[in-house]
Design a protein around this ligand. Structure first.
Ligand code: PHB
Length: 391
Protein backbone atom coordinates (compact mmCIF):
# COMPACT_ATOMS: atom_id res chain seq x y z
CA UNK A 1 0.00 0.00 0.00
CA UNK A 2 2.72 2.35 1.08
CA UNK A 3 4.84 1.52 -1.97
CA UNK A 4 1.91 2.02 -4.29
CA UNK A 5 1.14 5.34 -2.73
CA UNK A 6 4.72 6.50 -3.13
CA UNK A 7 4.72 5.32 -6.73
CA UNK A 8 1.52 7.25 -7.39
CA UNK A 9 2.94 10.41 -5.87
CA UNK A 10 6.14 10.13 -7.92
CA UNK A 11 4.16 9.67 -11.11
CA UNK A 12 1.87 12.54 -10.25
CA UNK A 13 4.70 14.95 -9.55
CA UNK A 14 6.44 13.91 -12.76
CA UNK A 15 3.28 14.56 -14.71
CA UNK A 16 2.92 17.98 -13.13
CA UNK A 17 6.52 18.83 -13.94
CA UNK A 18 6.05 17.54 -17.48
CA UNK A 19 3.02 19.71 -18.02
CA UNK A 20 5.08 22.79 -17.24
CA UNK A 21 7.77 21.97 -19.82
CA UNK A 22 7.50 22.29 -23.59
CA UNK A 23 6.34 18.95 -24.97
CA UNK A 24 9.47 17.99 -26.87
CA UNK A 25 11.81 18.62 -23.96
CA UNK A 26 11.43 15.06 -22.64
CA UNK A 27 12.33 13.39 -25.91
CA UNK A 28 15.25 15.71 -26.51
CA UNK A 29 16.72 15.21 -23.06
CA UNK A 30 17.37 11.62 -24.09
CA UNK A 31 20.62 10.81 -25.79
CA UNK A 32 20.73 9.89 -29.47
CA UNK A 33 21.64 6.22 -29.65
CA UNK A 34 24.37 5.66 -32.23
CA UNK A 35 25.29 2.10 -33.21
CA UNK A 36 28.84 1.75 -34.54
CA UNK A 37 29.18 -1.54 -36.41
CA UNK A 38 32.71 -1.76 -37.78
CA UNK A 39 35.66 -4.16 -38.01
CA UNK A 40 37.97 -3.78 -35.00
CA UNK A 41 39.83 -7.04 -35.60
CA UNK A 42 41.25 -8.70 -38.73
CA UNK A 43 42.60 -7.28 -41.98
CA UNK A 44 40.32 -4.19 -41.82
CA UNK A 45 40.82 -3.43 -38.10
CA UNK A 46 42.69 -0.15 -38.69
CA UNK A 47 39.99 1.03 -41.06
CA UNK A 48 37.33 0.59 -38.38
CA UNK A 49 39.41 2.52 -35.86
CA UNK A 50 40.05 5.43 -38.26
CA UNK A 51 36.33 5.68 -39.11
CA UNK A 52 35.39 5.69 -35.42
CA UNK A 53 38.00 8.37 -34.69
CA UNK A 54 36.78 10.55 -37.55
CA UNK A 55 33.12 10.24 -36.54
CA UNK A 56 33.81 11.12 -32.91
CA UNK A 57 35.98 14.06 -33.93
CA UNK A 58 33.09 15.60 -35.89
CA UNK A 59 30.84 15.20 -32.84
CA UNK A 60 33.38 16.55 -30.36
CA UNK A 61 33.91 19.61 -32.60
CA UNK A 62 30.22 20.30 -31.90
CA UNK A 63 30.73 20.11 -28.16
CA UNK A 64 29.63 16.47 -28.05
CA UNK A 65 26.05 17.38 -29.01
CA UNK A 66 23.99 17.35 -32.21
CA UNK A 67 20.85 19.51 -32.30
CA UNK A 68 21.20 20.02 -28.56
CA UNK A 69 21.33 16.29 -27.76
CA UNK A 70 24.17 14.19 -26.46
CA UNK A 71 25.13 10.92 -28.13
CA UNK A 72 25.37 7.48 -26.61
CA UNK A 73 27.52 4.95 -28.49
CA UNK A 74 26.88 1.23 -28.86
CA UNK A 75 29.77 -0.60 -30.49
CA UNK A 76 29.97 -3.98 -32.24
CA UNK A 77 33.07 -5.52 -33.84
CA UNK A 78 31.75 -7.06 -37.07
CA UNK A 79 35.11 -8.74 -37.80
CA UNK A 80 34.50 -8.08 -41.54
CA UNK A 81 32.63 -11.40 -41.43
CA UNK A 82 29.50 -11.50 -43.62
CA UNK A 83 28.21 -14.69 -41.96
CA UNK A 84 27.89 -12.82 -38.64
CA UNK A 85 26.30 -9.70 -40.16
CA UNK A 86 22.62 -10.44 -39.38
CA UNK A 87 23.33 -11.32 -35.74
CA UNK A 88 25.66 -8.35 -35.23
CA UNK A 89 23.27 -5.88 -36.86
CA UNK A 90 20.40 -7.13 -34.73
CA UNK A 91 22.43 -6.61 -31.56
CA UNK A 92 22.30 -2.91 -32.36
CA UNK A 93 18.83 -2.70 -33.92
CA UNK A 94 16.82 -5.08 -31.72
CA UNK A 95 18.76 -5.22 -28.45
CA UNK A 96 20.22 -1.71 -28.19
CA UNK A 97 17.43 -0.01 -30.16
CA UNK A 98 19.80 2.47 -31.79
CA UNK A 99 18.44 5.56 -33.54
CA UNK A 100 21.09 5.36 -36.25
CA UNK A 101 23.43 2.66 -37.52
CA UNK A 102 26.89 3.77 -38.63
CA UNK A 103 28.70 1.02 -40.54
CA UNK A 104 30.50 -0.66 -42.10
CA UNK A 105 33.69 -1.37 -44.09
CA UNK A 106 33.19 -4.75 -45.85
CA UNK A 107 30.65 -4.91 -48.71
CA UNK A 108 29.49 -8.43 -47.80
CA UNK A 109 28.74 -7.39 -44.23
CA UNK A 110 27.04 -4.27 -45.61
CA UNK A 111 24.66 -6.44 -47.62
CA UNK A 112 23.40 -8.01 -44.38
CA UNK A 113 23.07 -4.59 -42.73
CA UNK A 114 21.17 -3.11 -45.68
CA UNK A 115 18.59 -5.91 -45.49
CA UNK A 116 17.94 -5.38 -41.79
CA UNK A 117 17.99 -1.57 -42.02
CA UNK A 118 15.36 -1.76 -44.76
CA UNK A 119 13.14 -4.22 -42.85
CA UNK A 120 13.24 -2.08 -39.69
CA UNK A 121 13.41 1.30 -41.42
CA UNK A 122 16.51 2.09 -39.35
CA UNK A 123 18.45 5.18 -40.38
CA UNK A 124 21.85 4.02 -41.64
CA UNK A 125 25.01 5.87 -42.66
CA UNK A 126 27.63 3.84 -44.53
CA UNK A 127 31.12 5.26 -43.80
CA UNK A 128 33.06 2.99 -46.16
CA UNK A 129 31.68 -0.18 -47.80
CA UNK A 130 31.29 0.43 -51.52
CA UNK A 131 28.59 -2.19 -52.19
CA UNK A 132 27.15 -0.74 -55.42
CA UNK A 133 23.62 -1.96 -54.65
CA UNK A 134 23.42 0.02 -51.37
CA UNK A 135 22.93 3.17 -53.46
CA UNK A 136 21.81 1.25 -56.54
CA UNK A 137 19.22 -1.51 -56.80
CA UNK A 138 18.70 -1.60 -53.00
CA UNK A 139 18.69 2.17 -52.47
CA UNK A 140 16.29 3.41 -49.82
CA UNK A 141 15.24 6.72 -48.19
CA UNK A 142 16.80 5.63 -44.85
CA UNK A 143 20.19 4.58 -46.31
CA UNK A 144 22.98 7.13 -46.88
CA UNK A 145 26.64 6.76 -47.76
CA UNK A 146 29.52 9.19 -47.07
CA UNK A 147 32.24 7.20 -48.81
CA UNK A 148 31.99 5.88 -52.40
CA UNK A 149 30.46 3.14 -54.52
CA UNK A 150 32.92 0.41 -55.50
CA UNK A 151 32.55 1.52 -59.12
CA UNK A 152 33.44 5.13 -58.33
CA UNK A 153 37.19 5.38 -57.51
CA UNK A 154 38.19 2.64 -59.99
CA UNK A 155 36.33 3.87 -63.07
CA UNK A 156 38.58 6.94 -63.69
CA UNK A 157 41.78 4.85 -63.57
CA UNK A 158 40.61 3.07 -66.74
CA UNK A 159 40.99 6.24 -68.77
CA UNK A 160 44.26 7.20 -67.08
CA UNK A 161 45.82 3.90 -68.20
CA UNK A 162 44.27 3.85 -71.68
CA UNK A 163 45.54 7.41 -72.28
CA UNK A 164 49.06 6.17 -71.48
CA UNK A 165 48.84 3.63 -74.29
CA UNK A 166 48.25 0.66 -72.00
CA UNK A 167 46.10 -1.89 -73.83
CA UNK A 168 46.27 -5.23 -71.97
CA UNK A 169 45.83 -5.37 -68.21
CA UNK A 170 45.72 -8.12 -65.62
CA UNK A 171 43.43 -7.35 -62.69
CA UNK A 172 43.96 -8.90 -59.28
CA UNK A 173 41.50 -8.61 -56.40
CA UNK A 174 39.80 -10.33 -53.51
CA UNK A 175 36.96 -12.47 -54.85
CA UNK A 176 33.98 -10.83 -53.17
CA UNK A 177 31.52 -8.06 -53.94
CA UNK A 178 33.90 -5.13 -53.49
CA UNK A 179 36.68 -6.71 -55.55
CA UNK A 180 34.34 -7.68 -58.35
CA UNK A 181 32.65 -4.30 -58.47
CA UNK A 182 35.94 -2.36 -58.31
CA UNK A 183 37.37 -4.38 -61.20
CA UNK A 184 34.03 -3.90 -63.01
CA UNK A 185 34.32 -0.10 -62.69
CA UNK A 186 37.94 -0.09 -63.84
CA UNK A 187 37.17 -2.35 -66.83
CA UNK A 188 34.25 -0.15 -67.90
CA UNK A 189 36.42 2.99 -67.89
CA UNK A 190 39.37 1.25 -69.53
CA UNK A 191 37.48 -0.32 -72.44
CA UNK A 192 35.49 2.87 -73.04
CA UNK A 193 38.75 4.86 -73.31
CA UNK A 194 40.42 2.44 -75.75
CA UNK A 195 41.79 -0.39 -73.58
CA UNK A 196 41.63 -3.89 -75.10
CA UNK A 197 41.65 -6.65 -72.47
CA UNK A 198 41.35 -7.09 -68.72
CA UNK A 199 42.19 -10.59 -67.59
CA UNK A 200 40.94 -11.26 -64.06
CA UNK A 201 42.93 -13.07 -61.38
CA UNK A 202 41.25 -13.62 -57.99
CA UNK A 203 42.09 -14.62 -54.44
CA UNK A 204 39.59 -15.39 -51.65
CA UNK A 205 39.07 -12.70 -48.95
CA UNK A 206 41.08 -12.11 -46.73
CA UNK A 207 43.80 -14.41 -48.09
CA UNK A 208 47.13 -12.63 -48.75
CA UNK A 209 49.29 -15.45 -50.12
CA UNK A 210 50.19 -13.88 -53.45
CA UNK A 211 53.22 -15.89 -54.67
CA UNK A 212 51.48 -18.16 -57.21
CA UNK A 213 49.51 -15.23 -58.63
CA UNK A 214 52.62 -13.06 -58.99
CA UNK A 215 54.35 -15.90 -60.84
CA UNK A 216 51.35 -16.11 -63.17
CA UNK A 217 51.44 -12.34 -63.79
CA UNK A 218 55.14 -12.54 -64.65
CA UNK A 219 54.41 -15.20 -67.26
CA UNK A 220 51.41 -13.35 -68.77
CA UNK A 221 53.47 -10.11 -69.12
CA UNK A 222 50.56 -7.62 -69.32
CA UNK A 223 51.20 -3.90 -69.97
CA UNK A 224 50.06 -3.19 -66.38
CA UNK A 225 48.34 -4.67 -63.33
CA UNK A 226 45.30 -3.08 -61.65
CA UNK A 227 44.36 -4.26 -58.14
CA UNK A 228 41.78 -3.87 -55.40
CA UNK A 229 43.11 -4.55 -51.90
CA UNK A 230 42.91 -2.63 -48.62
CA UNK A 231 44.26 -2.66 -45.09
CA UNK A 232 46.73 -5.35 -44.04
CA UNK A 233 46.18 -7.33 -47.26
CA UNK A 234 47.12 -4.26 -49.34
CA UNK A 235 50.35 -3.78 -47.38
CA UNK A 236 51.28 -7.41 -48.01
CA UNK A 237 50.57 -7.15 -51.77
CA UNK A 238 52.70 -4.01 -52.10
CA UNK A 239 55.64 -5.68 -50.37
CA UNK A 240 55.31 -8.98 -52.26
CA UNK A 241 54.96 -7.25 -55.65
CA UNK A 242 58.15 -5.25 -55.04
CA UNK A 243 60.04 -8.27 -53.63
CA UNK A 244 59.11 -10.31 -56.72
CA UNK A 245 60.95 -7.67 -58.80
CA UNK A 246 57.85 -6.90 -60.88
CA UNK A 247 57.80 -3.13 -60.28
CA UNK A 248 60.47 -2.54 -62.96
CA UNK A 249 58.75 -4.54 -65.71
CA UNK A 250 55.00 -4.44 -65.08
CA UNK A 251 53.62 -1.23 -63.50
CA UNK A 252 51.18 -1.70 -60.62
CA UNK A 253 48.06 0.48 -60.28
CA UNK A 254 45.01 0.35 -58.08
CA UNK A 255 42.19 2.22 -56.46
CA UNK A 256 43.69 4.27 -53.65
CA UNK A 257 42.72 1.81 -50.92
CA UNK A 258 45.89 0.01 -51.97
CA UNK A 259 48.09 2.73 -50.47
CA UNK A 260 45.88 4.62 -47.97
CA UNK A 261 46.68 3.99 -44.32
CA UNK A 262 49.38 1.42 -45.16
CA UNK A 263 52.47 3.47 -46.02
CA UNK A 264 53.97 3.12 -42.54
CA UNK A 265 53.75 -0.66 -42.86
CA UNK A 266 55.55 -1.08 -46.22
CA UNK A 267 58.87 0.79 -45.76
CA UNK A 268 59.55 2.24 -49.22
CA UNK A 269 58.05 -0.59 -51.29
CA UNK A 270 55.14 1.67 -52.35
CA UNK A 271 57.31 4.54 -53.64
CA UNK A 272 55.96 5.86 -56.94
CA UNK A 273 52.70 3.85 -56.95
CA UNK A 274 49.84 5.70 -58.64
CA UNK A 275 46.23 5.24 -57.56
CA UNK A 276 42.86 6.97 -57.86
CA UNK A 277 40.71 7.93 -54.87
CA UNK A 278 38.42 10.63 -53.46
CA UNK A 279 41.09 11.86 -51.02
CA UNK A 280 44.79 12.73 -51.28
CA UNK A 281 47.65 14.22 -49.31
CA UNK A 282 48.61 17.76 -50.21
CA UNK A 283 45.16 19.01 -51.21
CA UNK A 284 46.31 22.08 -49.33
CA UNK A 285 42.90 23.53 -48.58
CA UNK A 286 42.09 25.38 -45.36
CA UNK A 287 39.43 22.77 -44.54
CA UNK A 288 41.81 19.85 -44.94
CA UNK A 289 44.62 21.53 -42.98
CA UNK A 290 42.25 22.24 -40.07
CA UNK A 291 40.90 18.69 -40.10
CA UNK A 292 44.38 17.18 -40.12
CA UNK A 293 45.58 19.35 -37.27
CA UNK A 294 42.53 18.48 -35.16
CA UNK A 295 42.81 14.76 -35.93
CA UNK A 296 46.53 14.70 -35.13
CA UNK A 297 45.91 16.51 -31.86
CA UNK A 298 43.11 14.14 -30.83
CA UNK A 299 44.67 10.83 -31.86
CA UNK A 300 48.43 11.46 -32.37
CA UNK A 301 48.26 9.80 -35.79
CA UNK A 302 47.77 10.95 -39.38
CA UNK A 303 44.25 10.77 -40.81
CA UNK A 304 43.57 8.79 -43.99
CA UNK A 305 40.60 8.37 -46.32
CA UNK A 306 38.79 6.21 -43.74
CA UNK A 307 39.10 8.90 -41.08
CA UNK A 308 37.66 11.41 -43.56
CA UNK A 309 34.70 9.17 -44.38
CA UNK A 310 33.96 8.70 -40.66
CA UNK A 311 34.26 12.46 -40.08
CA UNK A 312 31.84 13.10 -42.95
CA UNK A 313 29.39 10.56 -41.50
CA UNK A 314 29.41 12.72 -38.35
CA UNK A 315 28.88 15.88 -40.42
CA UNK A 316 25.98 14.27 -42.27
CA UNK A 317 24.25 13.13 -39.08
CA UNK A 318 24.81 16.60 -37.64
CA UNK A 319 23.16 18.19 -40.68
CA UNK A 320 20.13 15.94 -40.27
CA UNK A 321 19.71 16.23 -36.50
CA UNK A 322 20.34 19.98 -36.49
CA UNK A 323 17.81 20.30 -39.33
CA UNK A 324 15.08 18.99 -36.98
CA UNK A 325 16.51 20.73 -33.88
CA UNK A 326 17.15 17.39 -32.22
CA UNK A 327 13.67 15.96 -32.76
CA UNK A 328 14.63 12.89 -34.78
CA UNK A 329 11.06 11.57 -34.65
CA UNK A 330 10.50 14.00 -37.54
CA UNK A 331 11.90 11.38 -39.92
CA UNK A 332 10.80 13.02 -43.20
CA UNK A 333 12.37 16.36 -42.32
CA UNK A 334 15.49 14.61 -40.98
CA UNK A 335 15.99 12.78 -44.26
CA UNK A 336 15.27 15.92 -46.29
CA UNK A 337 17.95 17.79 -44.32
CA UNK A 338 20.47 15.00 -44.95
CA UNK A 339 19.59 14.90 -48.65
CA UNK A 340 20.21 18.59 -49.16
CA UNK A 341 23.30 18.84 -46.94
CA UNK A 342 26.45 20.21 -48.53
CA UNK A 343 29.20 18.34 -46.72
CA UNK A 344 32.21 20.56 -46.02
CA UNK A 345 34.59 17.62 -46.23
CA UNK A 346 38.39 17.58 -45.92
CA UNK A 347 38.34 15.84 -49.34
CA UNK A 348 36.54 18.87 -50.85
CA UNK A 349 32.89 19.88 -50.47
CA UNK A 350 30.40 17.36 -51.84
CA UNK A 351 26.66 16.82 -52.18
CA UNK A 352 24.46 13.72 -52.19
CA UNK A 353 23.25 12.12 -55.39
CA UNK A 354 19.55 11.25 -55.58
CA UNK A 355 20.55 7.72 -54.58
CA UNK A 356 22.32 9.05 -51.41
CA UNK A 357 25.95 8.55 -52.54
CA UNK A 358 28.57 11.37 -52.71
CA UNK A 359 29.06 13.22 -56.00
CA UNK A 360 32.77 13.86 -55.69
CA UNK A 361 36.10 14.54 -57.39
CA UNK A 362 38.36 11.52 -57.89
CA UNK A 363 42.06 12.34 -57.58
CA UNK A 364 45.08 10.76 -59.22
CA UNK A 365 47.74 10.37 -56.51
CA UNK A 366 51.33 9.22 -56.38
CA UNK A 367 53.20 7.79 -53.40
CA UNK A 368 56.09 10.06 -52.37
CA UNK A 369 57.66 9.03 -49.07
CA UNK A 370 54.81 8.57 -46.59
CA UNK A 371 52.30 10.52 -48.67
CA UNK A 372 49.67 9.75 -51.32
CA UNK A 373 50.46 13.03 -52.99
CA UNK A 374 47.84 14.81 -55.12
CA UNK A 375 48.78 14.74 -58.83
CA UNK A 376 45.62 15.86 -60.66
CA UNK A 377 41.85 15.50 -60.75
CA UNK A 378 41.22 12.27 -62.65
CA UNK A 379 37.46 12.86 -62.81
CA UNK A 380 35.61 15.97 -61.67
CA UNK A 381 32.32 15.61 -59.72
CA UNK A 382 31.85 11.93 -60.50
CA UNK A 383 28.44 10.46 -59.69
CA UNK A 384 27.88 6.73 -59.41
CA UNK A 385 25.46 5.56 -62.14
CA UNK A 386 23.16 4.19 -59.37
CA UNK A 387 21.91 1.42 -61.64
CA UNK A 388 18.53 0.11 -60.54
CA UNK A 389 17.82 2.84 -57.97
CA UNK A 390 14.28 4.17 -58.10
CA UNK A 391 14.41 6.90 -55.46
C1 PHB B 1 34.43 -3.00 -49.32
O1 PHB B 1 34.33 -4.18 -48.95
O2 PHB B 1 33.47 -2.40 -49.83
C2 PHB B 1 35.69 -2.24 -49.12
C3 PHB B 1 36.57 -2.61 -48.11
C4 PHB B 1 37.73 -1.88 -47.91
C5 PHB B 1 38.02 -0.79 -48.71
C6 PHB B 1 37.15 -0.42 -49.71
C7 PHB B 1 35.98 -1.14 -49.93
O3 PHB B 1 39.11 -0.08 -48.50
Amino acid sequence: MNLNRRHFLTQASLLTAGALLPKIAFGQAQKIRVGLMLPYTGTFAQLGVAITNGFKLAVSERGGKLGGRELEYFTVDDEADPSKAPENTNKLVQRDKVDVLVGTVHSGVQMGMVKIAKENNTLMIIPNAGLDAATGALCSPNIFRTSFSNWQPSYPMGKVLADRGIRNVVSLAWKYGAGEEAIGGFTEGFIKAGGKTVRGLWIPFPNAEFQALLTEIASIKPDAVFVFFAGAGAAKLIKDYAAAGLRKTIPLYGSGFLTDGVLDAVDNAAEGLETTLHYADGLNTKRDREFRAAYRKAYTSEPDVYAVQGFDAGLLLAAGVEGVKGDITKRKELIAAMEKAKIDSPRGAWIMSKAHNPIQDIYLRKVVGKENRFVSIAHKALADPARGCKL
